[in-house]
Ligand binder design. Structure first.
Ligand code: AFP
Length: 355
Protein backbone atom coordinates (compact mmCIF):
# COMPACT_ATOMS: atom_id res chain seq x y z
CA UNK A 1 0.00 0.00 0.00
CA UNK A 2 1.17 3.55 -0.57
CA UNK A 3 0.16 5.11 2.74
CA UNK A 4 1.45 8.62 3.15
CA UNK A 5 1.77 9.26 -0.59
CA UNK A 6 -0.49 11.97 -1.99
CA UNK A 7 -3.87 10.73 -3.18
CA UNK A 8 -5.96 12.37 -5.91
CA UNK A 9 -8.40 13.64 -3.28
CA UNK A 10 -5.66 15.34 -1.26
CA UNK A 11 -4.11 16.80 -4.43
CA UNK A 12 -7.46 18.26 -5.44
CA UNK A 13 -8.13 19.76 -2.01
CA UNK A 14 -4.70 21.41 -2.14
CA UNK A 15 -5.05 22.66 -5.72
CA UNK A 16 -8.64 23.64 -6.34
CA UNK A 17 -10.03 24.71 -2.97
CA UNK A 18 -10.36 28.47 -2.94
CA UNK A 19 -11.01 28.68 -6.68
CA UNK A 20 -14.50 29.40 -8.09
CA UNK A 21 -16.67 26.42 -7.11
CA UNK A 22 -13.40 24.77 -6.00
CA UNK A 23 -14.95 22.30 -3.57
CA UNK A 24 -17.52 21.25 -6.17
CA UNK A 25 -14.80 20.84 -8.81
CA UNK A 26 -12.71 18.68 -6.48
CA UNK A 27 -15.76 16.53 -5.75
CA UNK A 28 -16.58 16.29 -9.48
CA UNK A 29 -13.07 15.06 -10.36
CA UNK A 30 -13.34 12.47 -7.58
CA UNK A 31 -16.58 11.35 -9.26
CA UNK A 32 -14.73 11.12 -12.60
CA UNK A 33 -12.14 8.92 -10.87
CA UNK A 34 -14.93 6.67 -9.58
CA UNK A 35 -16.30 6.20 -13.10
CA UNK A 36 -12.76 5.53 -14.34
CA UNK A 37 -12.27 2.82 -11.71
CA UNK A 38 -15.52 1.15 -12.80
CA UNK A 39 -14.47 1.24 -16.46
CA UNK A 40 -10.99 -0.04 -15.59
CA UNK A 41 -12.55 -3.02 -13.82
CA UNK A 42 -14.79 -3.74 -16.83
CA UNK A 43 -11.93 -3.33 -19.30
CA UNK A 44 -9.69 -5.65 -17.26
CA UNK A 45 -12.26 -8.44 -17.54
CA UNK A 46 -11.97 -8.40 -21.34
CA UNK A 47 -14.14 -11.06 -22.94
CA UNK A 48 -15.01 -12.40 -19.48
CA UNK A 49 -16.87 -9.20 -18.65
CA UNK A 50 -18.82 -8.90 -21.88
CA UNK A 51 -16.73 -5.86 -22.78
CA UNK A 52 -15.49 -7.15 -26.14
CA UNK A 53 -17.25 -7.91 -29.40
CA UNK A 54 -19.50 -5.62 -31.38
CA UNK A 55 -23.10 -4.48 -30.96
CA UNK A 56 -25.55 -3.99 -33.81
CA UNK A 57 -25.94 -0.32 -32.84
CA UNK A 58 -24.28 2.73 -34.44
CA UNK A 59 -23.44 5.98 -32.63
CA UNK A 60 -23.89 9.56 -33.86
CA UNK A 61 -20.50 9.29 -35.56
CA UNK A 62 -21.85 6.45 -37.69
CA UNK A 63 -19.47 4.08 -35.90
CA UNK A 64 -20.48 0.57 -34.83
CA UNK A 65 -20.56 0.51 -31.03
CA UNK A 66 -18.66 -1.91 -28.82
CA UNK A 67 -20.16 -3.07 -25.53
CA UNK A 68 -17.42 -1.22 -23.63
CA UNK A 69 -18.32 2.01 -25.47
CA UNK A 70 -21.87 1.78 -24.14
CA UNK A 71 -20.92 0.48 -20.68
CA UNK A 72 -18.34 3.28 -20.29
CA UNK A 73 -20.84 5.90 -21.40
CA UNK A 74 -23.36 4.57 -18.90
CA UNK A 75 -20.74 4.66 -16.13
CA UNK A 76 -20.02 8.34 -16.76
CA UNK A 77 -23.65 9.40 -17.26
CA UNK A 78 -24.84 7.60 -14.12
CA UNK A 79 -21.96 9.03 -12.09
CA UNK A 80 -22.68 12.57 -13.24
CA UNK A 81 -26.45 12.18 -12.90
CA UNK A 82 -26.17 11.00 -9.28
CA UNK A 83 -23.29 13.30 -8.33
CA UNK A 84 -25.28 16.56 -8.27
CA UNK A 85 -22.25 18.51 -9.56
CA UNK A 86 -23.12 19.03 -13.23
CA UNK A 87 -26.06 20.67 -14.99
CA UNK A 88 -25.62 18.57 -18.12
CA UNK A 89 -23.34 16.20 -20.00
CA UNK A 90 -22.35 15.63 -23.64
CA UNK A 91 -20.72 12.49 -24.97
CA UNK A 92 -19.28 11.08 -28.17
CA UNK A 93 -21.80 8.28 -27.77
CA UNK A 94 -24.90 10.51 -27.47
CA UNK A 95 -26.45 12.48 -30.34
CA UNK A 96 -27.54 15.39 -28.11
CA UNK A 97 -26.38 16.80 -24.77
CA UNK A 98 -28.16 15.33 -21.75
CA UNK A 99 -29.46 17.87 -19.18
CA UNK A 100 -29.76 16.80 -15.56
CA UNK A 101 -33.49 16.96 -14.82
CA UNK A 102 -35.20 17.87 -11.57
CA UNK A 103 -35.64 16.41 -9.00
CA UNK A 104 -32.01 15.34 -9.52
CA UNK A 105 -29.64 18.00 -8.16
CA UNK A 106 -27.82 20.18 -10.69
CA UNK A 107 -24.32 21.57 -10.20
CA UNK A 108 -22.19 24.42 -11.60
CA UNK A 109 -20.40 22.43 -14.34
CA UNK A 110 -20.88 20.80 -17.74
CA UNK A 111 -19.08 17.49 -18.40
CA UNK A 112 -18.12 16.56 -21.96
CA UNK A 113 -16.43 13.25 -22.61
CA UNK A 114 -15.32 10.47 -24.91
CA UNK A 115 -16.16 7.53 -22.65
CA UNK A 116 -13.99 5.10 -24.51
CA UNK A 117 -11.31 6.30 -26.91
CA UNK A 118 -9.55 3.76 -29.11
CA UNK A 119 -12.47 1.33 -29.31
CA UNK A 120 -10.95 -0.39 -32.34
CA UNK A 121 -8.29 -1.71 -29.94
CA UNK A 122 -10.60 -3.34 -27.38
CA UNK A 123 -10.72 -6.81 -28.98
CA UNK A 124 -6.94 -6.85 -29.47
CA UNK A 125 -6.34 -5.94 -25.81
CA UNK A 126 -4.42 -2.78 -26.71
CA UNK A 127 -4.64 0.17 -24.29
CA UNK A 128 -7.78 2.32 -24.55
CA UNK A 129 -8.83 5.37 -22.58
CA UNK A 130 -11.45 7.90 -21.55
CA UNK A 131 -11.18 11.65 -22.14
CA UNK A 132 -13.05 14.33 -20.17
CA UNK A 133 -13.49 18.10 -20.33
CA UNK A 134 -15.16 20.25 -17.65
CA UNK A 135 -16.75 23.66 -18.40
CA UNK A 136 -18.78 26.09 -16.30
CA UNK A 137 -22.56 25.65 -16.66
CA UNK A 138 -24.86 28.66 -17.15
CA UNK A 139 -25.63 30.45 -13.87
CA UNK A 140 -29.19 29.13 -13.79
CA UNK A 141 -31.65 26.91 -15.62
CA UNK A 142 -31.25 23.94 -17.87
CA UNK A 143 -28.21 24.20 -20.16
CA UNK A 144 -28.91 24.58 -23.86
CA UNK A 145 -26.65 23.16 -26.56
CA UNK A 146 -25.13 26.62 -27.09
CA UNK A 147 -23.93 26.61 -23.45
CA UNK A 148 -21.58 23.72 -24.27
CA UNK A 149 -20.04 25.47 -27.28
CA UNK A 150 -17.27 27.23 -25.34
CA UNK A 151 -13.70 27.48 -26.67
CA UNK A 152 -11.15 25.18 -25.08
CA UNK A 153 -9.59 28.11 -23.20
CA UNK A 154 -12.73 28.13 -21.03
CA UNK A 155 -12.11 24.62 -19.70
CA UNK A 156 -12.01 24.47 -15.91
CA UNK A 157 -10.40 21.01 -15.90
CA UNK A 158 -9.58 18.28 -18.41
CA UNK A 159 -7.80 14.98 -18.56
CA UNK A 160 -7.83 11.35 -19.50
CA UNK A 161 -7.76 7.85 -18.09
CA UNK A 162 -5.51 5.22 -19.69
CA UNK A 163 -6.56 1.59 -19.23
CA UNK A 164 -3.24 -0.14 -19.77
CA UNK A 165 -1.07 -2.49 -17.72
CA UNK A 166 -1.60 0.18 -15.06
CA UNK A 167 -4.69 2.37 -14.86
CA UNK A 168 -3.65 6.01 -14.97
CA UNK A 169 -5.38 9.36 -14.71
CA UNK A 170 -3.73 12.48 -16.06
CA UNK A 171 -5.42 15.82 -15.49
CA UNK A 172 -5.04 19.57 -15.33
CA UNK A 173 -7.01 22.23 -13.46
CA UNK A 174 -4.96 24.95 -15.12
CA UNK A 175 -1.96 24.61 -12.79
CA UNK A 176 0.23 22.18 -14.70
CA UNK A 177 -0.46 18.60 -15.77
CA UNK A 178 -0.25 15.78 -13.23
CA UNK A 179 -0.37 11.98 -13.43
CA UNK A 180 -1.92 9.51 -11.00
CA UNK A 181 -1.60 5.72 -10.85
CA UNK A 182 -4.39 3.51 -9.51
CA UNK A 183 -3.39 1.44 -6.50
CA UNK A 184 -5.81 -1.39 -7.18
CA UNK A 185 -5.37 -2.93 -3.71
CA UNK A 186 -6.95 0.02 -1.94
CA UNK A 187 -8.65 1.78 -4.88
CA UNK A 188 -6.76 5.07 -4.54
CA UNK A 189 -5.25 7.14 -7.33
CA UNK A 190 -1.72 8.07 -6.14
CA UNK A 191 0.16 11.12 -7.47
CA UNK A 192 3.08 9.51 -9.36
CA UNK A 193 3.86 12.12 -12.05
CA UNK A 194 3.57 15.67 -10.66
CA UNK A 195 4.16 18.63 -13.01
CA UNK A 196 4.69 16.65 -16.23
CA UNK A 197 6.79 18.49 -18.84
CA UNK A 198 6.87 17.51 -22.51
CA UNK A 199 10.42 17.80 -24.01
CA UNK A 200 10.46 20.71 -26.47
CA UNK A 201 12.18 18.57 -29.14
CA UNK A 202 11.56 15.04 -30.33
CA UNK A 203 12.57 12.50 -32.95
CA UNK A 204 9.32 10.51 -32.79
CA UNK A 205 6.21 11.23 -34.85
CA UNK A 206 2.79 9.58 -34.80
CA UNK A 207 0.50 9.65 -37.82
CA UNK A 208 -1.59 7.13 -39.77
CA UNK A 209 0.55 7.05 -42.91
CA UNK A 210 -2.06 5.00 -44.79
CA UNK A 211 -3.74 8.38 -45.33
CA UNK A 212 -0.64 9.94 -46.95
CA UNK A 213 -2.23 10.45 -50.37
CA UNK A 214 -4.98 12.53 -48.71
CA UNK A 215 -2.71 14.90 -46.75
CA UNK A 216 -2.09 18.58 -47.43
CA UNK A 217 1.44 19.43 -48.74
CA UNK A 218 2.79 20.90 -45.45
CA UNK A 219 2.07 17.59 -43.67
CA UNK A 220 3.58 15.58 -46.53
CA UNK A 221 6.66 17.86 -46.39
CA UNK A 222 7.08 17.40 -42.62
CA UNK A 223 6.65 13.60 -42.68
CA UNK A 224 8.91 13.21 -45.74
CA UNK A 225 11.67 15.11 -43.93
CA UNK A 226 11.24 12.90 -40.84
CA UNK A 227 11.41 9.75 -43.01
CA UNK A 228 14.52 11.08 -44.80
CA UNK A 229 16.24 11.19 -41.42
CA UNK A 230 20.02 11.79 -41.54
CA UNK A 231 19.91 11.92 -45.36
CA UNK A 232 17.47 14.83 -45.35
CA UNK A 233 17.18 18.40 -44.04
CA UNK A 234 16.52 17.29 -40.45
CA UNK A 235 19.94 15.60 -40.35
CA UNK A 236 18.79 13.07 -37.75
CA UNK A 237 16.79 9.86 -37.85
CA UNK A 238 13.20 9.78 -36.60
CA UNK A 239 11.02 6.97 -35.26
CA UNK A 240 7.32 6.45 -35.97
CA UNK A 241 4.50 5.18 -33.77
CA UNK A 242 0.75 4.69 -34.38
CA UNK A 243 -1.39 2.98 -31.72
CA UNK A 244 -4.82 4.22 -32.90
CA UNK A 245 -5.68 5.21 -29.33
CA UNK A 246 -5.19 8.96 -28.99
CA UNK A 247 -4.98 8.60 -25.19
CA UNK A 248 -2.04 6.18 -25.45
CA UNK A 249 -0.27 8.40 -28.01
CA UNK A 250 -0.71 11.52 -25.89
CA UNK A 251 0.50 9.73 -22.77
CA UNK A 252 3.66 8.57 -24.56
CA UNK A 253 4.25 12.16 -25.64
CA UNK A 254 3.79 13.43 -22.07
CA UNK A 255 6.28 10.83 -20.87
CA UNK A 256 9.06 11.23 -23.50
CA UNK A 257 8.06 13.83 -26.08
CA UNK A 258 6.76 13.36 -29.61
CA UNK A 259 4.34 14.81 -32.11
CA UNK A 260 0.88 13.37 -32.83
CA UNK A 261 -0.89 14.31 -36.03
CA UNK A 262 -4.38 13.57 -37.30
CA UNK A 263 -4.34 16.36 -39.90
CA UNK A 264 -6.98 17.64 -42.26
CA UNK A 265 -7.19 15.25 -45.17
CA UNK A 266 -9.26 14.86 -48.33
CA UNK A 267 -10.30 11.29 -47.50
CA UNK A 268 -13.77 12.59 -46.59
CA UNK A 269 -14.10 16.24 -47.59
CA UNK A 270 -17.14 16.57 -45.29
CA UNK A 271 -14.79 16.02 -42.33
CA UNK A 272 -11.98 18.56 -41.67
CA UNK A 273 -10.20 15.86 -39.65
CA UNK A 274 -11.15 12.73 -37.76
CA UNK A 275 -10.85 13.89 -34.15
CA UNK A 276 -13.59 15.75 -32.31
CA UNK A 277 -12.97 19.20 -30.90
CA UNK A 278 -15.09 19.14 -27.73
CA UNK A 279 -14.08 15.81 -26.20
CA UNK A 280 -10.76 14.91 -27.82
CA UNK A 281 -8.86 17.93 -29.19
CA UNK A 282 -9.81 20.46 -26.49
CA UNK A 283 -9.17 18.34 -23.38
CA UNK A 284 -5.96 16.90 -24.83
CA UNK A 285 -4.93 20.37 -25.97
CA UNK A 286 -5.38 21.73 -22.44
CA UNK A 287 -3.40 18.83 -20.92
CA UNK A 288 -0.59 19.17 -23.49
CA UNK A 289 -0.31 22.98 -23.21
CA UNK A 290 -0.23 22.79 -19.41
CA UNK A 291 2.71 20.38 -19.84
CA UNK A 292 4.59 22.90 -22.01
CA UNK A 293 3.52 21.45 -25.37
CA UNK A 294 1.51 22.92 -28.25
CA UNK A 295 -1.84 21.92 -29.80
CA UNK A 296 -2.74 23.31 -33.21
CA UNK A 297 -4.88 22.55 -36.24
CA UNK A 298 -1.83 23.55 -38.30
CA UNK A 299 -3.37 26.96 -38.82
CA UNK A 300 -4.77 27.94 -35.40
CA UNK A 301 -4.41 27.15 -31.70
CA UNK A 302 -6.98 24.46 -30.88
CA UNK A 303 -8.00 26.03 -27.57
CA UNK A 304 -9.02 29.26 -29.34
CA UNK A 305 -11.48 27.63 -31.76
CA UNK A 306 -15.07 28.77 -31.17
CA UNK A 307 -17.09 25.54 -31.52
CA UNK A 308 -19.99 25.40 -33.99
CA UNK A 309 -21.42 22.07 -32.87
CA UNK A 310 -20.91 19.41 -30.21
CA UNK A 311 -19.51 16.71 -32.54
CA UNK A 312 -17.41 19.07 -34.66
CA UNK A 313 -14.17 17.57 -36.02
CA UNK A 314 -10.85 19.41 -36.34
CA UNK A 315 -7.33 18.66 -37.56
CA UNK A 316 -5.02 17.90 -34.61
CA UNK A 317 -1.24 18.44 -34.43
CA UNK A 318 0.04 18.34 -30.86
CA UNK A 319 3.07 17.54 -28.71
CA UNK A 320 6.65 18.81 -28.46
CA UNK A 321 6.43 22.52 -29.05
CA UNK A 322 9.39 22.94 -31.43
CA UNK A 323 8.05 20.24 -33.77
CA UNK A 324 4.45 21.52 -33.68
CA UNK A 325 5.78 25.03 -34.39
CA UNK A 326 7.66 23.64 -37.41
CA UNK A 327 4.49 22.01 -38.82
CA UNK A 328 2.56 25.27 -38.25
CA UNK A 329 5.34 27.18 -40.05
CA UNK A 330 5.10 24.76 -43.01
CA UNK A 331 1.33 25.38 -43.19
CA UNK A 332 1.95 29.16 -43.17
CA UNK A 333 4.60 28.89 -45.93
CA UNK A 334 2.25 26.71 -47.99
CA UNK A 335 -0.66 29.11 -47.58
CA UNK A 336 1.67 32.01 -48.53
CA UNK A 337 2.97 30.10 -51.58
CA UNK A 338 6.55 30.23 -50.27
CA UNK A 339 6.90 26.59 -49.16
CA UNK A 340 9.83 24.39 -50.21
CA UNK A 341 8.51 20.80 -50.48
CA UNK A 342 11.16 18.23 -49.64
CA UNK A 343 12.39 16.28 -52.68
CA UNK A 344 14.18 13.08 -51.75
CA UNK A 345 17.55 13.04 -53.62
CA UNK A 346 16.93 9.33 -54.26
CA UNK A 347 14.32 10.18 -56.87
CA UNK A 348 15.41 13.51 -58.40
CA UNK A 349 17.01 13.32 -61.88
CA UNK A 350 20.50 13.51 -60.36
CA UNK A 351 19.63 10.94 -57.63
CA UNK A 352 21.19 7.52 -57.03
CA UNK A 353 18.58 5.68 -59.08
CA UNK A 354 19.42 7.37 -62.40
CA UNK A 355 17.20 6.16 -65.26
P1 AFP B 1 -12.08 4.96 -32.03
O1 AFP B 1 -12.39 5.34 -30.62
O2 AFP B 1 -13.28 4.94 -32.92
O3 AFP B 1 -11.25 3.71 -32.13
O4 AFP B 1 -11.19 6.15 -32.64
C1 AFP B 1 -9.98 6.42 -31.98
C2 AFP B 1 -9.49 7.75 -32.52
O5 AFP B 1 -10.49 8.71 -32.39
C3 AFP B 1 -8.21 8.18 -31.82
O6 AFP B 1 -8.12 7.72 -30.51
C4 AFP B 1 -7.12 7.60 -32.69
O7 AFP B 1 -5.93 8.35 -32.64
C5 AFP B 1 -7.73 7.63 -34.08
O8 AFP B 1 -9.16 7.59 -33.89
C6 AFP B 1 -7.32 6.43 -34.89
O9 AFP B 1 -7.85 6.65 -36.18
P2 AFP B 1 -7.48 5.61 -37.34
O10 AFP B 1 -8.24 4.34 -37.00
O11 AFP B 1 -7.98 6.27 -38.60
O12 AFP B 1 -6.00 5.41 -37.33
Amino acid sequence: MHLGRKTLSKFLIENVSGTRDGAALAALLVDVAAAVKAIAALSAKGALGGATGTLDTVNVQGETQKPLDVLSNTAFVNTFEQGGLVAGVASEEMDEPFPIKAPKKRGPFLAIFDPLDGSSNIDSNVSVGSIFSILHAPEKGEPRTADYLQPGLKQVAAGYALYGPATLMVLTVGKGTHGFTLDREVGNFILTNPNIEIPADTSEFAINTSNERFWEPPVTRYVSECKAGKTGPRERDFNMRWIASMVAEVHRILMRGGIFMYPRDTKDITKPGRLRLMYEANPMGFVVEQAGGRASTGRERILEIVPGEIHQRVPVILGSRNEVDRVVQYHAEYDAGTDKPYESPLFSERGLFRS
